[in-house]
Ligand binder design. Structure first.
Ligand code: PHE
Length: 453
């Protein structure tokens, strides 16, 4: 592949990468975790995890992708020929498929809620109606699958259009829209009488709630949030040109991602408290509490539509980066055309993903089928987030230190000597050599139950 499609501008690099990071993780996971695990205290721990594990793995992936100019499997084959390191690439492809199986399902619910909100389903709604609407959707035998297929058609069309004409162009348009819509929701939520309580709930540190489990949750969230440990950032890094400052890009993405998470929290919690709802509703927060909260506001219906629209945008740009991983592999390693590779991947995800859609609730068709004690839906999430991503992230930083080596790393981080950043290189090397692997090993062993403090 001599003429690989690339991102053409630094802005495109930033919006595409941020588009991958910002997703369903920001809109409900981050605010919900923050609320449940001690507000500002959790945010502090999360930030530490982002700095010591999330950003280092992201930079490492950029380095591997750009240096090899290749998809994750091809990249490790190129940089460490004749070794088994390319298996990290396959683990990434497996993880991206598994995440897509349930992520497209939840994204389908979000898409459907745009139209439900627009159609007035939640105007003057009661708790019973809201719970009923969500329950009916996720236990239906066909509706979630139809939406999941619609989601896949949207994402596939963008991916088929290419890295530049699809991913770069779409994220350049969509990310600013997402930001403005979120700002609108923030302004409305923060000007409600009683908003103060929600702000306190989010930002008042409560160190009493901090414990070992919280640290592990924060680290896991940092991985999922920044889309690292599964080849996404290797793939996107391979579309960066030699002028991009890799550490600076990772830091900008991480900071903007945190900003979006905070803004989502500020759109949700002040409103939740202002209308006397419970903040810790978990998955239901997005699909049950939010519609009820917005229905009580003046112009709530329009705002609710906007809220689900921005959530759909966030989820869609994240899914683009997930689908790009197998597509880049199939095109470069297996010689398929981009449309064929995309359609093959999307059809596989649709077929297997229906098992996630049909097992999202105990009342779903496959809701009682358990494998290793988990439903299909939970199993896909568990294997990808708790096993493949931490292991992938760990081996990625090990690869940087032990295989690529400090010299090549310094060349890549300084854009072949063009940037004068020796200090950054030294600091980065020390972190990926000692701190990041240790942190990941601890969370991984704990999450699979080998290590118990
Ligand atoms: N970062 C995305 C989110 O927060 C999820 C994601 C994970 C996307 C891994 C790509 C790769 O929703």
């Amino acid at each position: 592949m001599q003429n690989r499609d690339k991102f053409t501008t630094s802005l495109g690099v930033l919006t595409a990468t941020l588009g991958s990071a910002v997703g369903l993780g920001n809109i409900w996971k981050f605010p919900y975790f923050t609320g449940q695990y001690g507000g500002a205290a959790f945010i502090v721990i999360y930030l530490i995890c982002v700095v010591l594990a999330g950003i280092p793995v992201m930079v490492s992936e950029f380095v591997i992708g750009r240096r090899a100019n290749s998809n994750p499997v091809g990249a490790f084959k190129k940089l460490a020929p004749g070794s088994a390191w390319y298996l990290i690439g396959y683990s990434g492809i497996a993880a991206s498929f598994l995440i897509m199986l349930f992520y497209t399902s939840v994204a389908g619910w979000v898409y459907s809620y745009i139209f439900r909100a627009l159609g007035g389903t939640f105007i003057n709604t009661s708790p019973e109606t809201t719970v009923g609407v969500f329950g009916k959707l996720i236990t239906s035998y066909y509706e979630p699958i139809v939406w999941q297929i619609i989601v896949l058609i949207v994402v596939s069309s963008i991916i088929i259009a290419g890295v530049q004409k699809g991913i770069e162009r779409m994220t350049k348009t969509l990310m600013p829209i997402l930001f403005v819509l979120l700002l609108l929701c923030d302004i409305r939520a923060l000007t409600l009488p009683g908003a103060q309580k929600g702000i306190e709930f989010l930002f008042k540190p409560d160190f009493v709630k901090l414990n070992r489990e919280v640290i592990i949750i924060a680290l896991g969230l940092a991985f999922f949030k920044l889309s690292v440990g599964m080849g996404t950032m290797v793939t996107y890094g391979s579309y960066f040109d030699n002028r991009q400052n890799l550490p600076a890009t990772a830091i900008k993405v991480a900071l903007s991602d945190i900003l979006v998470s905070m803004m989502a929290g500020l759109a949700i919690f002040p409103a939740v408290f202002a209308f006397g709802f419970e903040p810790d509703a978990g998955p239901g927060l997005l699909f049950i509490t939010i519609p009820m909260v917005f229905s009580k506001m003046p112009l709530g219906n329009i705002l609710l539509t906007i809220f689900f629209l921005l959530t759909a945008i966030a989820a869609t740009t994240a899914m683009m980066s997930l689908l790009e991983v197998p597509v880049a592999y199939l095109v470069e390693e297996k010689g398929f055309s981009r449309p064929t590779a995309t359609i093959m991947s999307a059809v596989t995800i649709a077929l297997l993903g229906s098992t996630a859609s049909l097992s999202a609730d105990a009342g779903s068709l496959l809701g009682t089928v358990k494998i290793f004690g988990k439903t299909f839906f939970d199993l896909y999430d568990y294997i990808s987030s708790n096993i493949l991503m931490p292991v992938g992230g760990l081996f990625t930083v090990l690869f940087i230190v032990w295989i690529l080596g400090k010299k090549s790393l310094a060349l890549e981080l300084s854009n072949n000597g063009q940037l004068n950043n020796k200090g950054v290189v030294n600091l980065f090397y020390t972190v990926v050599k000692y701190i990041t692997p240790l942190l990941i090993i601890i969370i991984f062993l704990d999450s699979i139950g080998i290590l118990k403090f």
